[in-house]
Every structure is written in structure tokens, then in C-alpha cells.
Write a new protein. Structure first.
Length: 267
């Protein structure tokens, strides 16, 4: 067990170092911060302006000001868009997890190594997920600084649950993207197919509403954005936790089986 954990940590460290040494990863992170930073500023100041204008209009008309939970609305607006942007960025992060190994000819070494396929897949997933968490941490810091000045303050549980939903949704997409990456040597094909898969998982909610009935409810339940949206609103749902965990497990399982197939072919 100690050797397995040591091997897993070594692969995790290697993957993480690879991201921090990649100019492409820095480019993706920089663009991610720029787009989300601009949107956060627009969302915050735009909402403050609208609330101020509405209060002024109410006072001129002799009405009483209406209480507006500005931190909650800002969090809703920002994380809603952040989730969509993340679904676009995540396939770019997962595209090279195994595709680069296959292209460089090192995938055969992984497939025939004594390290278990599950350990390799888990370490790679943890590496890319850690990099993504590092991308959203500066945004979380900006949000925390902003919300600390709110009166009344934003509930810490809402802040934590909503961002936990983002991390779990990201882990689900990265896990499935890792499986697709293990099937091809082309990073371009990997990112395209992963994006198509993500798009299908997002559209399931709309498809489910069109189908209706028990089948429609089942399709709606598989939608990633639906459950993420529930968590952003502070509605912690254990069924969403099971769904995210199922996607993560499925991606790890399929990746391990894909590499095991390659190992069987080489033997």
C-alpha cells in the first residue's frame, strides 16, 4: 500500500510540474483569469448601479427601499458564467493527459509498468484538478474580499457549497476527458470529442424537458449544469454528489480499462 501511494504521489507530482512548466497552461490560465475578472467586475458594479438607481427611483416616488441581497445575486451571476467558461476550458486541460503519452510513445511504458492503471489515472486526474483549483483560487479570494464588506455578510456555507459544486463538476469533466484522451494520440481530437461530450451532458436538461415523463426526468438528472446550478443556489443535494462521483468513477474506470486493453495487446 505504501509503495502504491508513493507511486501515485510521484506521478501526481510529475503531472503537476508539467502543467506549471507548460506555456500553454499559463496561457489558458491567463485568459481564464482575464475573462472571469472582467465579468466579475461587470457583474458586481452593474448590479450595484442598478440597485442604486432603483433605490433612488423609489425614494423619489415616496416608496420605501427594497432590500436586495446583492452578494447572493453577484455570486449567482458570476458562478453561473464561471461554470460555463470552465466547461470550455476543462477539455483543453484534459486533452494531453494520455494523448501526449501516446504521441510521444511513452504510453506503452505506462501500460506495461508495474504501477496499477487505476493509480496512474487517479494521479493524473488529481494533478490536473489541482491545477484547475489553483486557477479558481484567485477568483475565490476576490469574491471573499468583496463579500466580507457586505452587510449582512454572505453565508460561508453558501460560498463553500457553490465552489465545491464547481470543483466536483470540473472533476467529472476532467475524468471523462481523460478517458477520451487515452483513446487518441491527437490532442485536437481529444479536446473536440471532450467538448462534444460536455455539450451533450449540458443539453440533457433541455432534452429531458422535451421528452417528459420518467425518461425525461432521468435525462434531466444526468445534466451537469442542472446540479451545479442547484449547488450555486446553496441547495446541497446528496443525489448530485452521487452523480458527480459516478462521473468521476466512470472516467477513471474507462481510462484504466483503455490502458489495460493496450497492455493486453502489447503482451
Amino acid at each position: 500500500m505504501k509503495i502504491l501511494v508513493g507511486n501515485c504521489f510521484a506521478i501526481y507530482k510529475k503531472e503537476l510540474q508539467g502543467y506549471f512548466a507548460s506555456p500553454l497552461a499559463y496561457g489558458v490560465a491567463g485568459l481564464f483569469w482575464l475573462v472571469n475578472g472582467v465579468w466579475y467586475s461587470m457583474s458586481l458594479f452593474g448590479l450595484l448601479r442598478d440597485v442604486g438607481q432603483y433605490d433612488m427611483q423609489q425614494s423619489l416616488q415616496g416608496g420605501s427601499p427594497v432590500a436586495v441581497d446583492v452578494p447572493f445575486l453577484v455570486l449567482q451571476n458570476f458562478l453561473g458564467v464561471l461554470g460555463v467558461i470552465s466547461l470550455v476550458v476543462l477539455p483543453m486541460l484534459s486533452m494531453g493527459l494520455y494523448a501526449e503519452e501516446r504521441r510521444q510513445g511513452t504510453l506503452e511504458l505506462i501500460a506495461t509498468s508495474p504501477v496499477h492503471n487505476w493509480a496512474v489515472a487517479l494521479a493524473k486526474l488529481l494533478g490536473v484538478l489541482t491545477f484547475f483549483v489553483g486557477m479558481i483560487l484567485p477568483l475565490m479570494l476576490c469574491e471573499a474580499v468583496t463579500f466580507s464588506a457586505a452587510n449582512p455578510p454572505l453565508a460561508p456555507t453558501l460560498f463553500l457549497v457553490s465552489h465545491l459544486g464547481l470543483v466536483l463538476m470540473a472533476a467529472s469533466v476532467l475524468s471523462m476527458g481523460m478517458f477520451i484522451s487515452s483513446l487518441t494520440a491527437s490532442t485536437l481530437l481529444s479536446v473536440v470529442f471532450t467538448f462534444v461530450l460536455v455539450l451533450m451532458l449540458v443539453l440533457l436538461e433541455g432534452i429531458g424537458s422535451l421528452v417528459g415523463g420518467a425518461m425525461g426526468d432521468a435525462l434531466t438528472h444526468l445534466s451537469l449544469l442542472k446540479h451545479y446550478g442547484d449547488w450555486v443556489q446553496g441547495n446541497f443535494d446528496s443525489s448530485a454528489l452521487v452523480l458527480f462521483g459516478s462521473y468521476i468513477f466512470l472516467g477513471l474506470f474507462l481510462t484504466a480499462q483503455s490502458i489495460e486493453t493496450l497492455r493486453f495487446q502489447r503482451s
